[in-house]
Design a protein around this ligand. Structure first.
Ligand code: SF4
Length: 95
């Protein structure tokens, strides 16, 4: 039986979104992550520079891990699957 309450479509699959909307959602998600899980801006940019020069980057996605690199690189504990950039050690909270 229907309750009469209409829930908005969450459109969870990327194939159901236009690319502009999807990337806006991705950037908003990154911006809203807890600061303690994110690397600082200089390190983030250094990681992304490495990705930008990597042959495995395709349309913002790493073909080695399948991640969008802007999301993967912003998280302290993440590392490049080919060790081109490393995770920030837990003891070093300044990075
Ligand atoms: S995460 Fe590593 S392998 Fe993937 S695109 Fe970046 S540098 Fe290349």
């Amino acid at each position: 039986m229907e309750s009469g309450i209409k829930r908005p479509c969450r459109r969870c699959l990327t194939r159901d979104m236009d690319q502009k909307e999807y990337f806006e959602n991705l950037h908003a998600y990154i911006a809203n992550l807890e600061e303690e899980v994110k690397v600082n801006e200089p390190l983030y940019e250094r990681r992304l520079l490495v990705c930008k020069s990597c042959d495995l980057l395709y349309d913002g996605m790493c073909r080695a891990c399948g991640c969008y690199v802007e999301l993967r690189a912003v998280i302290k504990k993440n590392s490049c699957p080919y060790d081109k950039w490393m995770a920030v050690p837990v003891s070093d909270c300044s990075e």
